[in-house]
Ligand binder design. Structure first.
Ligand code: FE
Length: 358
């Protein structure tokens, strides 16, 4: 890994106050001749993105300068306005993608490649952002304490039979906001409020921790059902550095909800990308986003981070395949995004994060 040799570019990126991590071209020779470049803002982590970008550069000769951002990326992009040095942005969650859209910083692109590779429900209708992977929000249920078929839907989570048996992270977390938004899109606000109150009263404890912490709580016997994203299950199952996580994963069974013939399918969310307005390397930015939707990148997403490819026909990781196929809710991400605000309001209204009151 080398820092970008372009001082001007480096200096401009450095203005953002985050670490500059240039993805150098494949070889010093290629780097020396690489006139083409693209500047990328990434919310996604280096372990996942670096191998992808290295391959992109090797194949196209386009150097990628990437800034890994944690928080405040949108604010920085907005503040930079027309002088934004980044050409494209890579992030997770429909909430962030939609936030970028609403802030007016994304450029509309037309791409036959992206339209072919990314299903319509997983991209912006006007080409402002494109989903690149999906992840399902699943139930991880205790192998010992939850029978097969005992929990089959998100609606069930509010059933009194699960009183004191469910663990979930904060209702304000983006993954949960999207899930609640999907409930609103399907059932309306009033019914979703009632559902959320039911779920809250079924919680074993105050919402806390991340997704993996919910599986840990099942392992420890604090609850019987955890709600989490699929890739966290795979990461726990394969975590050689923290073998205790393998025990958490071992205690639970992957359960895709709303799977019956008439059911709408499991709620999914996306990671995705968009080209920024005023991009100085717009063509290269589009090439990069298109490449990320192609077979090679999609396979890498699947294998390195255990996500589901958006492109049809690309295989998932073996460990993910072992959980079996599932039917995904085909509700458009755009519809979910539109209900996010209402979802957040409901979380406040029912004081979800206070946890069970009795
Ligand atoms: Fe995550």
């Amino acid at each position: 890994m080398k820092i970008s040799t372009s001082l001007t570019r480096a200096a401009r990126f450095a203005l953002f106050g985050v670490a500059l991590s240039g993805i150098a071209a494949a070889t010093p020779t290629a780097q020396a001749v690489a006139a083409e470049e693209v500047n990328l803002y990434s919310y996604r982590q280096p372990f996942l993105i670096e191998p992808l970008l290295e391959r992109f550069t090797a194949e196209t000769g386009i150097k990628v300068n990437v800034v890994f951002a944690n928080k405040g990326m949108l604010e920085k992009i907005k503040a930079a306005g027309a002088n934004n040095p980044a050409d494209a942005v890579l992030t997770v969650d429909i909430g962030r993608l939609y936030g970028l859209k609403q802030a007016g910083v994304l450029d509309s692109v037309k791409s036959d490649v992206l339209n072919a590779n990314v299903p319509a429900n997983l991209r912006d209708p006007n080409g402002l952002w494109f989903g690149l992977t999906t992840r399902a929000r699943i139930a991880l249920v205790s192998k010992d304490r939850v029978a097969e078929g005992e929990l089959t839907s998100y609606e069930d989570l509010a059933d009194p039979k699960f009183k004191g048996r469910i663990c979930i992270r904060s209702g304000k977390n983006a993954y949960n906001v999207a899930l609640i938004a999907s409930m609103i899109a399907n059932h309306g606000e009033d019914a979703t409020r009632t559902w959320l109150e039911g779920l809250k009263s079924n919680l074993a404890r105050k919402p806390q921790g991340n997704d993996r912490a919910q599986a840990k709580a099942v392992y420890e016997g604090q609850c019987d059902i955890a709600i989490a994203n699929t890739y966290y299950m795979a990461k726990m199952q394969t975590n050689d550095e923290k073998p205790e996580q393998k025990k958490w994963a071992d205690a639970v069974r992957v359960t895709f909800l709303n799977q019956g013939t008439d059911a709408r399918g499991t709620h999914i969310n996306v990671s995705g990308a968009g080209v920024l307005k005023g991009a100085k390397n717009r063509d290269n930015a589009l090439k990069l986003v298109e490449w990320l939707s192609g077979d090679e990148a999609q396979k890498t997403y699947a294998e390195v981070n255990f996500e589901y490819p958006v492109k049809a026909g690309v295989a998932v990781a073996d460990i993910v395949k072992a959980w079996g196929d599932f039917k995904a809710d085909t509700l458009s991400m755009e519809e979910i995004a539109k209900q996010r605000e209402a979802a957040t309001k409901l979380v406040d209204q029912v004081n979800f994060d206070e946890g069970p009151t009795s």
